[in-house]
Design a protein around this ligand. Structure first.
Ligand SMILES: Nc1ncnc2c1ncn2[C@@H]1O[C@H](COP(=O)(O)OP(=O)(O)OP(=O)(O)O)[C@@H](O)[C@H]1O
Ligand code: SF4
Ligand SMILES: [Mg+2]
Length: 343
């Protein structure tokens, strides 16, 4: 195991953008009790991000910040409220209803999701062979020799020899092995993009690194674009080429992972890093949940959504939404502190 992070942009790694979201917005309508007023949870607001070929992008933020909603929008599991998703520059048609149709299946083949809980995503009454055979068949990837295709899939996720696993049921495997099977099933589609929603957070700490290393290995060997959703900004530094930070439904900072985690510009990112457990630093006293609670998304604060918690809040922060200010080399922060740096 090595702690080195492959650079996002290097000789052979292309910077080709595979999947791109522009102004992604999702409001969930809710009806307040005892009121006819129509309200909405503004779960995701104007989120833009890019996933590059052969590269991992981490999407980091606290619970409820909208990370899973972004992944589901990118997977076309929900219709967008507004915004656009492009795959290789081609706008993806907005799916109404629950993803029926040939175009949706074609999209799924290229953009696959991996969920937090591999137990919930695998059917307990079916064997690993069944899950993988079905996925290969659905996506037209069975090949002439099914046994070989199955063995290839399992070897890609380092479950070898295949016959030790194929006829087992999900409950007969460890959590880490189950997540590897879920990854193998996603690979059965021969995807270009993996949307991994907290893929290791339910796993024992001791096996998390193994699964992250597997994903990194797949990124390198299969040139996959991976969106890695996590609460854990320390793992983003270790594992992701680029890091994007969300707060209360909006992107507040982004750039290469080294810069975002070593020189965080946005006060929220700074707070996340200060409150992250750091193995090199002795435990300090608890930071009372990081100085305050996240805001309501039904009635979010005006201006910068972080202003009620921000130690640097100025008058402008309470009324004007900060745009993205470029800080150089692709690093940006949506914070009025950087206004003067913007040209
Ligand atoms: N189907 C839905 N209907 C109404 N509100 C929703 C729905 N799905 C998500 N939300 C709300 O949208 C907000 C963002 O939720 P989301 O699950 O995307 O956050 P998250 O960052 O993934 O959180 P976590 O880290 O806990 O998984 C939350 O306030 C959540 O309650
Ligand atoms: S815009 Fe203002 S309130 Fe928001 S993070 Fe920056 S300084 Fe703090
Ligand atoms: Mg989530």
């Amino acid at each position: 195991m090595t702690a080195e992070v492959a650079p996002a942009v290097s000789g052979t790694v292309s910077t080709e953008i595979v999947l791109e979201a522009d102004g992604l917005t999702k409001h969930f309508p809710v009806r307040a009790a005892l009121s006819r007023e129509k309200k909405a949870v503004r779960a995701v607001e104007n989120v833009s991000l890019r996933l590059r070929r052969g590269s991992v992008t981490a999407l980091v933020g606290e619970s409820g910040s909208g990370k899973s909603t972004v992944a589901r929008l990118l997977a076309q599991l929900y219709p967008l409220t507004s915004g656009e998703i492009r795959l290789h520059g081609e706008p993806v048609a907005v799916q109404r209803g629950w993803g029926r149709g040939r175009r949706f299946r074609a999209y799924c083949r290229r953009v696959q999701m991996i969920f937090q809980d591999p137990f919930a995503s695998l059917n307990p009454v079916h064997t690993i062979r069944y899950h993988l055979t079905r996925a290969l068949s659905i996506h037209g990837n069975r090949g002439d020799d099914l046994e070989k295709s199955l063995a290839d899939l399992l070897s890609r996720v380092h479950l070898t020899p295949a016959d030790r696993y194929l006829d087992r049921y999900p409950h007969e495997l460890s959590g880490g092995q189950r997540q590897r099977v879920a990854i193998a099933r996603a690979l059965a589609a021969s995807p270009e993009v993996l949307l991994a929603d907290e893929p290791v957070s339910m796993l024992d700490v001791s096996i998390r690194l193994g699964v992250l290393n597997l994903l990194r290995d797949l990124k390198e060997r299969l040139h996959l674009s991976i969106l890695y959703i996590t609460h854990d900004i320390a793992s983003a530094r270790y594992f992701a080429d680029e890091t994007v930070v969300m707060y209360a439904g909006q992107v507040v900072e982004g750039g290469d992972s080294e810069t975002v985690t070593q020189r965080p510009a946005h006060p929220y990112t700074q707070l996340l890093i200060e409150s992250a457990p750091d193995p090199d630093r002795p435990a300090v006293e608890e930071k009372d949940g990081g100085a305050g609670e996240p805001p309501s998304l039904i009635d979010p604060p005006a201006g910068c959504r972080f202003h009620p918690r921000c130690p640097f809040a100025m008058d402008v922060c309470r009324t004007e939404l900060p745009p993205r200010f470029e800080l150089g080399d692709g690093h940006f922060a949506a914070c009025w502190l950087y206004r003067e740096d913007a040209s």
